[in-house]
Design a protein around this ligand. Structure first.
Ligand code: ATP
Ligand code: MG
Length: 215
């Protein structure tokens, strides 16, 4: 997408990585808030391939997580979805995500990687951490119950990392999955289309799928 009023300056692209199993309003509020505060032109949601940090639990098929992300973001003209992580074989590493986006979107790009403040604190343990700060600015968003730790990020370069409080949203994908399994409602925690998609595909052990079998 190239807007006429954007000629000459860099495209400010937010990158929201996640398992999105399922995507919920916490993700969407965080992306929207960061976009407004940082004047982003676009936020691209990037569902992970094999989430190496989540080894040990069953993760839904990439195609289901991708489609839910598309459904949830479709109505926002500044939101988009990328397949780079689900199409790349092997585990997903943020350094590869950022490099792929740079390769695909060209040079005139400023990247803002959006992540939970909790994950940000562990950033130096990520593979390729030394390279990460050359590729993007990092924005750690607060989650309820996860205090914003200025302390936790003081070892990170301060011109490359920003913490931002977003409206409190105590929603997690884990809680949504548990609710589906226990027949509790997830209406209003996730977009309506996601409630319907989960029912249609019978995800998270919430009763039989009501839709066609996936090929
Ligand atoms: P799970 O419970 O399975 O770990 P999750 O709700 O944490 O799922 P992820 O897909 O792991 O969702 O999250 C993607 C990114 O969104 C992470 O950086 C995470 O910190 C952030 N995030 C998740 N939920 C919220 C929320 N309610 N508010 C702000 N950020 C969130
Ligand atoms: Mg998580």
């Amino acid at each position: 997408i190239v807007h006429p009023d954007n000629a000459g300056r860099n495209w400010r692209l937010g990158v929201m990585g996640g398992t999105f199993d399922p995507i919920h309003h916490g993700h969407l509020v965080a992306a929207s808030e960061v976009a407004a505060r940082f004047g982003l032109d676009e936020v691209v949601f990037v569902p992970t391939g094999v989430p190496w940090q989540k080894a040990g639990r069953e993760v839904s098929m990439p195609e289901d997580r991708y489609l839910m992300t598309v459904i949830a973001t479709a109505s926002n003209p500044r939101f988009s979805v990328s397949r780079v992580d689900i199409d790349r074989p092997g585990d997903t590493y943020t350094v590869d995500t950022l490099k792929d986006l740079r390769r695909l979107r060209g040079d005139k790009l400023e990247l803002f990687f959006i992540t939970g403040a909790d994950a940000l604190a562990k950033i130096l343990t990520w593979r390729g951490a030394e390279e990460l700060f050359d590729l993007a600015h990092f924005i750690g968003v607060s989650r309820p119950g996860v205090p914003l730790g200025e302390e936790d990020i003081k070892h990170l370069p301060s011109d490359k990392v920003t913490l931002l409080e977003v409206p409190a949203m105590a929603i997690s994908s884990t809680d949504c999955r548990t609710r589906v399994r226990e027949d509790l409602p997830i209406w209003y925690l996730v977009p309506d289309g996601i409630v319907q998609y989960i029912a249609k595909r019978g995800l998270y052990g919430g009763g039989a799928a009501s839709g066609p079998k996936q090929a």
